[in-house]
Design a protein around this ligand. Structure first.
Ligand SMILES: C[S@@+](CC[C@H](N)C(=O)[O-])C[C@H]1O[C@@H](n2cnc3c(N)ncnc32)[C@H](O)[C@@H]1O
Length: 360
């Protein structure tokens, strides 16, 4: 399949809960969906023995290579500037410093798309462009910049909920939020192709509205870089995803993990993998776009290629997809841990987080 765009230039899945679920050790062999690269980088920072990062869209892998080359070879300040976390007029110069470290395909693609580097690569995905349109043009119709900054600066949950109820949650917010998170707009402009094929809820906007409100009750947005990006189109340096934090840099520079980056459909790839190979799986929410039968087929391959005791972590967004009942003898569903982690998931989009342990 030929992809024209990077759909996600960041991972909209919380790497903190992913790492708490997977408990990566140096002996692990990990399979991870690439997406924006961020969660594969989070896994890499734990130095597993081997890591296979896979995406059906080669451009997501080119982005991951770009981020990895930047973190390993630039100073921290240059890295944040090149990626778009900090303002910069020198992004093209920094790109010249890292381009020869990319695979030939990735280098040629970035050389042909240097204009994308100008705005900072964390901002270039279809999904991120959509979110930034919201924060730049629509949110100002609801709240002033001062009100947005006040909301982002509250430092306890009680005040946050009060502010939300008394100041933030007016009619315009409710209406525009629901329009912006409606099926029509998300399908056309934001999410991966096929995301809505099996999603039955008619009023998607109301579901996301409820999830957003629930998230605010449990998590302080002052520390939530995902919400901050949704509301301002940028990050604050005091709260960054793991792969952008200075503290994690050394784990990328001194790293012995054998890393493989593959462009393939997950099922096709697993078909080529021997039995009992992987010990950890980060599967994003890839089950959403599969038919019931494809879901069953993929799970059969996951169980076949997993070691005894392997951990599989994944999210459900609008489609409730988990392992088929026929495999329940081989899979322990760690609901207790998943519910605990779901509560502290910083991303407000998901219905469920799953932690499954393979037993064979
Ligand atoms: C599943 S998407 C989800 C992103 C986000 N959680 C959302 O719901 O909008 C993340 C990445 O998975 C990749 N992907 C989806 N299905 C895949 C498959 N069957 N095999 C390999 N990669 C896949 C996509 O190309 C994308 O980069």
């Amino acid at each position: 399949m030929k992809f024209k765009n990077i759909n996600y230039s960041q991972c909209w899945e919380d790497s903190d809960i992913l790492l708490s679920a997977l408990k990566i050790s140096h002996q692990d062999i990990v399979l991870s969906i690439t997406s924006g690269g961020d969660n594969t980088l989070a896994v890499l920072s734990k130095c597993p023995e081997r890591l296979v990062s896979i995406d059906i869209n080669c451009l997501q892998n080119y982005l991951f290579e770009f981020k990895l080359a930047a973190i390993k070879n630039l100073s921290y300040k240059e890295y944040l500037e090149l990626l778009g976390v900090k303002n910069s007029s020198k992004r093209q110069d920094y790109f010249l410093k890292i381009k020869d470290l990319l695979s030939t395909e990735a280098r040629l693609w970035w050389e042909g798309n240097t204009k994308l580097i100008k705005g900072g690569v964390i901002n270039l995905g279809r999904f991120e462009i959509f979110l930034r349109l919201f924060s730049r043009f629509f949110l100002p119709l609801i709240h002033s910049k001062k009100t947005v900054l006040k909301f982002l600066d509250i430092d306890n949950l009680k005040n946050q909920t009060d502010f939300y109820d008394n100041v933030w949650n007016n009619h315009r917010w409710y209406f525009l939020f629901k329009v912006f998170s409606s099926r029509v707009l998300l399908k056309r402009f934001a999410r991966q192709k096929g995301s809505f094929e099996y999603a039955t809820p008619p009023d998607v906007g109301s579901i996301y509205f409820m999830r957003f409100e629930q998230n605010l009750k449990n998590i302080l947005i002052k520390d939530n870089y995902f919400i901050r990006y949704c509301l301002t189109g940028s990050y604050n340096l005091s709260s960054l995803p793991l792969y952008l934090q200075e503290i994690s840099r050394t784990s990328f520079v001194d790293n012995n993990t054998k890393l493989y980056i593959l462009t393939s459909d997950m099922f096709k790839y697993l078909k080529s993998v021997p039995n009992n190979y992987f010990s950890k799986f980060n599967l994003s929410d890839i089950f959403e776009t599969l038919s019931e039968q494809d879901n069953i087929n993929l799970w059969l391959e996951i169980v076949r290629t997993a070691k005894n005791g392997a951990i599989v972590a994944y999210w459900n967004n609008l489609v409730s997809r988990t392992y088929p009942a026929g495999l329940s003898e081989n899979i322990f569903d760690d609901k207790e841990l998943a519910i605990k982690l779901n509560k502290i998931d910083k991303v407000p989009f998901y219905g469920d987080f799953h932690v499954n342990i393979i037993s064979k």
